[in-house]
Design a protein around this ligand. Structure first.
Ligand code: ATP
Ligand code: MG
Length: 566
């Protein structure tokens, strides 16, 4: 490709509205252009990267035995009514009507559509297992679109759906996808972690996320410093603490005028935050109030709380006025002694002895409180977020936090969708069998940004050869002045093209500084500079984007190809 014929619009200035480096660089390098909130056009140079990521994803999906199809982005509401998600999905799903008043959505995901098709076409166990995938545009009306294509509203996803006759088949299909994902992430040249995840509103049991490690990542990951344990904090299990130590103090009232928060009370009474037990009152989706006890230094994990059978998805914090009426005091002073609600305590809160808590009386707290003696032994559960320094739940090492960008997510869905939508196939005995399903997503467009978050320097992007928009650029110096440079550049250009290299030549007639700055900003991995001085010695100057210095190589196509392959 000749740069004189390829529209490239680079900029020196960092755009004001771009918060993270990948968004800044993608704008500056002319990879993407914003059309509206969370809506981006991929410009020609950026599209090349997107297509390369897609190609790697397709190659590995095909290698793993998945087969490609393409489903519409607009989906009829009936399918979502069958699965029950038409009402569950909330504002993220963009809904619309056609001219006949029929309801549709712009697909945020495709479980319903694929189950519909498999229901039509797959009749017998002999047609299973099968794994369909597509690379398709999704729309999710995100609450906070940001970071460019990282959290967009319209984005490109690879989604795959496996169907098996039994659970063992699903587990095997999941394993094959996991292996394919490992190959994909390795080929993309990124540092990533596979972590245990929460399945969210997709549902199902086992699920893992592939996270690109980056300080700008929106997800917090809990990773053991010396063992294999790694989980999204949303899903990270807290190791149960050791047995509670014996009570040593007696229960006393203490005046704490105006001290409402745990921090205030701990400072006021000169006790550690971990010696305070706080009470949160929640309203379950069924409308019942529950009291949850947590240690003062711990935070409620809403995902775990939503999984607790007595709390459930859709719970909210109870209205403070209503709580005040029930407890007879304002919410800053709640505690488990004489509590009008049964208490579910986090394991760590249940393990503290001689603790401080609200007295259920304004401006008073209790000290030296002990479960079982001063208030009933609570039901216990894992309700809190892990914190750094917690022991890893598998007993190996301590938890450290990392930030990650979710690049992929794999789920064992089980029979949730197949059952809800009435998909059955005939088994060997001619009996109806409900297939087991898995689903596997990769954020193709998000990954382009995630790779940049990890691979860049102050001058621009640093692509691995596998996804670079062009692997190599020829920068001829003084093209319009030197016949020798022109001849050498053209013959290298046609020689590399003949060898199948997707080479770019900067024939715009810029000065070296301008050519180099653009090549570095857009992240071309290899650069061959051709100038009169080196040519006089029959040499080119060769530089890798990630190396500090350039080197001299013989001025031949073969010498360049050797570098390319090496
Ligand atoms: P997140 O927690 O980041 O919102 P999700 O759990 O909603 O992600 P999935 O439904 O598992 O995501 O979608 C599969 C993949 O699609 C994700 O792993 C992610 O890489 C990508 N993805 C999801 N939402 C977006 C978005 N708004 N913009 C770009 N990519 C996205
Ligand atoms: Mg999401």
């Amino acid at each position: 490709m000749r740069l004189s014929r390829f529209p490239l619009a680079t900029a020196k200035e960092t755009p004001a509205d771009a918060e993270v480096v990948s968004h800044q660089l993608m704008q500056r390098a002319g990879y993407i252009r914003k059309l509206g909130s969370g809506l981006y056009t991929w410009m020609p140079i950026g599209l090349r990267v997107l297509r390369n990521i897609e190609r790697i994803v397709r190659e590995e999906m095909n290698r793993a035995g998945a087969v490609e199809l393409l489903m519409p982005s607009i989906q009829p509401a009936e399918l979502w009514q069958q699965s029950g998600r038409w009402t569950q999905m909330g504002a993220e799903m963009l809904r619309m009507q056609d001219r006949h008043g029929n309801d549709f959505c712009y697909g945020p995901t495709h479980e319903e559509v694929i189950v519909h098709h498999v229901k039509q076409d797959v009749r017998s166990y002999k047609q299973l297992p099968v794994n369909y995938y597509q690379v398709q545009t999704k729309f999710r009306d995100e609450r906070r679109p940001r970071f460019g294509v990282m959290r967009a509203r319209e984005f490109l996803m690879k989604d795959a759906y496996s169907f098996d006759t039994d659970e063992a088949g699903l587990v095997a299909a999941y394993g094959r996808m996991r292996e394919a994902y490992i190959r994909i992430f390795d080929r993309l040249g990124i540092d990533y972690r596979i972590v245990q995840a929460d399945a969210g509103n997709i549902g199902g049991n086992q699920s893992e996320e592939f996270h690109v490690l980056a300080g700008s990542g929106e997800d917090l990951l809990a990773v053991s410093d010396s063992g294999p344990y790694a989980a999204n904090v949303e899903a990270a299990v807290c190791a149960a603490p050791g047995p509670r130590v014996a009570a040593t103090r007696s229960l006393t009232d203490v005046a704490t005028p105006g001290q409402r928060t745990c921090e205030q009370v701990a400072t006021f009474l000169k006790v550690p935050l971990s010696g305070k037990v706080k009470l949160l009152v929640v309203r379950t989706a069924e409308g019942v109030l529950r009291a949850l006890a947590l240690r003062g230094d711990h935070q409620l994990n809403e995902v775990k709380a939503a999984r607790h059978p007595a709390i459930g998805a859709g719970f909210t914090l109870a209205d403070p006025d209503e709580v005040a009426t029930l407890f007879g005091c304002e919410v800053g002073y709640l505690g488990p002694v004489n509590c009008p609600l049964p208490v579910i305590a986090d394991h760590a809160a249940a393990a503290v002895a001689d603790f401080v808590c609200g007295a259920n009386r304004k401006d008073f707290h209790l000290q030296g409180v002990n479960w079982g003696r001063d208030c009933p032994e609570p039901e216990t559960a894992d309700l809190r977020n892990v914190v750094e320094g917690d022991p890893s739940p598998d007993g190996v090492g301590q938890i450290r936090f990392y930030r990650g960008i979710e690049g992929g997510h794999i789920f064992q869905l089980g029979r949730k969708y197949t059952e809800a939508m009435g998909l059955t196939v005939l088994d060997e005995q001619g009996q109806a069998l409900v297939p087991w399903m898995g689903c596997y997503g990769i954020g193709v467009s998000r990954l382009a940004a995630a790779i940049i978050e990890q691979r860049h320097d102050e001058r621009g992007m640093i692509w691995p050869l596998s996804v670079a928009p062009f692997p190599l650029i020829i920068c001829p110096i003084g093209l319009d002045k030197s016949e020798a440079v022109k001849t050498a550049a053209e013959s290298l250009y046609s020689g590399l093209q003949a060898a199948g290299v997707d080479v770019l030549i900067d024939d715009r007639g810029l000065r070296p500084g301008g050519m180099f700055a653009d090549a570095e900003l857009v992240g071309i991995p290899l650069r061959v500079t051709i100038g009169d001085k080196a040519l006089a010695d029959n040499q080119f100057e060769f530089k890798r984007r990630d190396a500090a210095d350039a080197e001299r190589i013989p001025a031949t196509v073969d010498a360049v190809l050797a570098q390319f392959r090496g």
